[in-house]
Design a protein around this ligand. Structure first.
Ligand SMILES: [Zn+2]
Ligand SMILES: [Zn+2]
Length: 160
C-alpha cells in the first residue's frame, strides 16, 4: 500500500488517488488535499484544471513550477473548514503546509477559498498568513521596529 502524499495517513487509492485521476472531489477539503498532492509531484495539469477561470489571470505557471521544484513537503495540517461539504457550493479550508524550500523549513499558512460549479470543486484563491495570526517576519531591517514587539528599533533590541 502507498500512503497518500497529502499525509492524511490513508492510502492513495482511498484518498486523493481517484481525484487526481479525474473524479470530481466530493468536498473542498478533498480538492485541497489533491492539489497538495499535485503540488508535491509537480502535476501542473491538475493544478491548472482545478483553478477557477477568473483566477488564471494572476497565476504564473512557470513561477509555481519553480517553487515546486525547490520545495520538499514536510506536512499538511487542516485547521478549519467552513462549508465546502457535498451539498455546498462554496467553502473555505484553512491549512498549514510545511515545506523545506532550498533546505530551509517554511510554513505556508492559507485560508483557501473554493467554489463548486456543475458539481466540480475549483480553487478560487487564498489569503496567505490570514489576519489575526502571528505573522512570520521574513526580514527585519536594522532600523525597523523589532519583530519581538518591544517597540524599539531592531538594531537597539534583538539585533544588537
Ligand atoms: Zn490524500
Ligand atoms: Zn527585540
Amino acid at each position: 500500500m502507498t500512503l497518500c502524499a497529502c499525509m492524511s495517513g490513508r492510502e492513495t487509492d482511498s484518498c486523493c488517488g481517484p481525484v487526481l485521476a479525474g473524479q470530481p472531489a466530493k468536498t473542498a477539503e478533498a480538492l485541497m488535499r489533491a492539489r497538495f498532492c499535485a503540488f508535491t509531484s509537480g502535476n501542473m495539469d491538475f493544478l491548472d484544471r482545478t483553478l477557477a477561470p477568473e483566477s488564471k489571470d494572476d497565476y504564473d505557471r512557470e513561477e509555481l513550477k519553480e517553487t515546486i521544484e525547490n520545495a520538499k513537503p514536510q506536512g499538511l495540517e487542516v485547521r478549519k473548514l467552513e462549508g465546502g461539504q457535498e451539498g455546498d457550493s462554496e467553502g473555505m479550508v484553512e491549512f498549514v503546509a510545511r515545506l523545506k524550500v532550498h533546505g530551509e523549513p517554511m510554513a505556508h499558512h492559507e485560508r483557501a477559498f473554493f467554489r463548486r460549479e456543475n458539481g466540480i470543486w475549483l480553487y478560487v484563491d487564498g489569503e496567505v498568513n490570514p489576519k489575526g495570526q502571528p505573522r512570520h517576519v521574513e526580514k527585519v531591517g536594522r532600523n525597523d521596529p523589532c519583530s519581538c514587539g518591544s517597540g524599539k528599533k531592531y538594531k537597539k533590541c534583538c539585533g544588537a
